[in-house]
Design a protein around this ligand. Structure first.
Ligand SMILES: Nc1ncnc2c1ncn2[C@@H]1O[C@H](COP(=O)(O)OP(=O)(O)OP(=O)(O)O)[C@@H](O)[C@H]1O
Length: 672
């Protein structure tokens, strides 16, 4: 296996980031002391309440009748109540119950709400709808009446009542947590963990829950404050401990009867209660400031519907054969229509097209990683005699990572920021290869060296934020290799990287294909990448394959006007050709799914459109074993026309028509 050395720039950028956030911690805390004070107060109340029997100056029922309703004094620091009992002793003796009761409510609400949210986020729309409808029914119940009814049946059993309150609130917790869990689950590192064969429980506990921790903490802190108020409110109404047992609710009720003759009586208990609730909210606000905003649409992990496999044998020369694949929004439009292609062993196939053409949907269908509400509605993905489109989630797990692996365009997001590179590599290696920790670490280092990382030991100890984009992508490729897959799906593997690093990653992929016989499907909108690395190319437009074949003939002699237009808009300029002052563009946009025209979907933007283009027509053979989907292909080709881009105002050199502008770049030329 070849080792590709890193260039100096890439290596230099892998230096450990300065811990500037740590340096800023103290001044920030001093600038905004609210959260610190809140934590301090909560800790103080908890400490004083739970240790009250050890330090209180008086027993809670000791009466000093000579000092009834007294103001604060040396003998009674917070004064006394109507029976001359010491307020300080009673307030903090009473504190343990509301604190514990609120904790019970929080534990029950989150203990139910979080698992339900994780299940709903994982199992897809149908399960989510069932759980959501049930929780909506729970939310529709009148909580106060239910609590009073429960008290009527079981009596004043504070902790049970607060647990019932937790059950009622769990519906609201579920709603909040569902959105967060769905957002977290669509992060690339969760996909990567699934592709690496991690079971559902481990994905949730190792990757999803830690990412939800801040939101959970915010909501828990808020609910804690609310539950304390509800507990005090119930006691105020007489549904709490009975006299002479102290409770915050009864003490406030007592004080409310002396608002005019002894207004101070309200102050100590009211202030302690109010400060405790406010502190919980301040803490929640401070935590909320740290919540990462996750706004991408959620995706489910629902398996694609099972279809009966075609009896006809798959192409014997192909490692993967996609036949008439159709992907649709459930009860909605098609996103990908009738896509067919094959991937041969040791070859690289490029899926290319403008944004929104269906490349990613096609690539994700191969691994059953379609978004929530989107599924394979027709066709087959034949892999070693099995139709991958018909596998259950469990069966797909057996293929992902082991047989087919994936790398994505955002290497930084594809790695879990919480764990070291060693942790993220060793887990899949042990799972896939059945080796011990020590051997797994050695394999991890070897894989890192295989992807061109020279100082593997240091990188193993690093966390993702300590790596440059290029290094992170190399780590992602190493991660993809942990299961020794035969097919690698690379979704825009170089888009997020700068140009020099792009070239290195492409070289690495080429070397891997050459040295291991790996097959690769590359998703890209960049014809330079396709020319550089792909043996075969599939050009997609509006969910269809419009042209396919070996890369060299397709790029050198494009048959479909869309491919010509893509080539004309390609920013790469061939050696010796003058640099155009403006780049050509293809007028118009890709029609949205559901509004595709009948006949040629490119007709609305094509310079060669005629009436015959508006009726459906079949794909024609082209480029040897490839295809082209254009009814006028022969006329356009025989007339020797090429795409021109006047409408975009491009000033291309006369000889640099569509084909020439797309000739392989110097890098591309070297590779082919
Ligand atoms: N979750 C979804 N629900 C419904 N439609 C979707 C969803 N995700 C993508 N689409 C639509 O499916 C079509 C194909 O999207 P896809 O992501 O496969 O395109 P693409 O060619 O890979 O583009 P890009 O390079 O921007 O990712 C687009 O019209 C897109 O708007």
């Amino acid at each position: 296996m070849s080792v590709l050395p890193l260039d100096a720039a890439d290596d230099a950028s892998t230096q450990v980031a300065p811990p500037s956030s740590r340096r800023r911690l103290l001044p920030a805390a001093l600038r905004r002391p609210g959260p610190l004070l809140a934590v301090g107060w909560l800790l103080l109340v908890v400490l004083l309440s739970f240790t009250a029997p050890l330090w209180r100056p008086y027993e809670v029922n000791d009466q000093d009748l000579a000092n009834r309703l007294s103001l604060p004094s040396g003998a009674h620091w917070l004064g006394t109540d109507p029976l001359g009992r010491d307020l300080l002793s009673r307030i903090f003796t009473a504190g343990a119950e509301p604190l514990l009761a609120a904790a019970v409510t929080v534990a029950v609400a989150f203990g139910i709400g979080i698992p339900l949210a994780l299940i709903a986020a994982e199992r897809g729309r149908r399960v989510e709808q069932v759980i959501s409808r049930c929780t909506e029914m729970l939310m529709a119940l009148p909580s106060t009446i239910i609590l009073l009814a429960v008290i009527g049946v079981i009596g004043v059993r504070t902790y049970v009542v607060m647990a019932v309150l937790g059950v009622l609130i769990s519906a609201a917790v579920y709603r909040i947590m569902l959105g967060v869990a769905q957002s977290v689950r669509q992060r690339l590192y969760v996909d990567a963990a699934r592709v690496n064969g991690l079971g559902s429980l481990r994905v949730n506990t190792v990757h999803v829950l830690p990412a939800m921790a801040t939101v959970i903490a915010v909501q828990a802190a808020q609910l804690f404050g609310i539950a304390i108020l509800i507990n005090a409110g119930l006691a105020f109404l007489g549904f709490g401990p009975a006299e002479p047992v102290p409770s915050w609710g009864i003490m406030i009720q007592d004080a409310s009867g002396h608002v005019y003759d002894a207004p101070w009586l309200m102050v100590p208990t009211g202030v302690v209660l109010a400060l405790t609730v406010v502190a919980a909210n301040v803490l929640a606000d401070a935590l909320a400031g740290k919540v990462a905003h996750v706004t991408a649409p959620a995706r489910s992990r629902r398996p694609a519907p099972v279809r009966v496999a075609d009896a006809a044998p798959a192409d014997p020369a192909a490692v993967l054969e996609v036949r008439h694949l159709t992907v649709s929004v459930d009860d909605g439009p098609q996103l990908v229509s009738d896509v067919s292609f094959t991937v041969a062993p040791g070859r690289v196939l490029g899926l290319v097209g403008e944004s929104g053409c269906g490349k990613t949907m096609t690539a994700r269908s191969l691994l059953g990683l379609l978004p929530d509400g989107v599924s394979v509605s027709g066709g087959q993905v034949l892999w070693q005699g099995r139709d991958l489109a018909g596998l259950t989630e469990k069966q797909a797990n057996g293929v992902r990572g082991r047989e087919i692996a994936m790398i994505s365009q955002e290497p930084m997001v594809a790695l879990d920021p919480m764990f070291s590179i060693a942790y993220q590599l060793i887990g899949p290696i042990r799972r896939f290869r059945g080796v011990g920790r020590f051997e797994a670490r050695q394999i991890a280092a070897q894989l890192l060296r295989q992807v061109g990382i020279v100082d593997a030991d240091r990188v193993l100890k690093s966390h993702p934020h300590q790596l440059s984009g290029g290094m992170a992508q190399r780590v992602c490729i190493a991660l993809a290799l942990t299961g020794e897959p035969q097919l690698l799906i690379a979704d825009e593997p170089t888009t997020a990287l700068d140009v020099t690093v792009q070239a290195e990653i492409l070289s690495l992929l080429r070397a891997l294909v050459r040295d291991t016989g790996l097959s690769v499907v590359v998703v890209s909108h960049d014809l330079g990448v396709v020319a550089d690395i792909c043996d075969d190319v599939v050009v997609m437009y509006a969910g269809q394959v419009v042209e396919s074949g070996r890369t060299a003939p397709v790029l050198d002699d494009a048959a479909h006007p869309y491919t010509m237009a893509l080539l004309g808009a390609n920013p790469h300029v061939p050696d010796g050709a003058p640099m155009p002052t403006r780049l050509a563009s293809i007028a118009g946009t890709v029609p949205a799914p559901g509004s595709w025209p009948t006949g040629c979907r490119f007709a609305g933007r094509c310079q060669f459109t005629q009436a015959e283009c508006t009726v459906p027509f079949p794909a024609l053979p082209a480029h040897g074993d490839g295809t082209v989907l254009c009814t006028r292909v022969h006329e356009v080709h025989d007339a020797g026309v090429s795409w021109h881009a006047e409408r975009a105002g491009a000033e291309l050199p006369p000889a640099a028509g569509a084909r020439h502008a797309a000739e392989p770049t110097p890098t591309a030329g070297a590779s082919r």
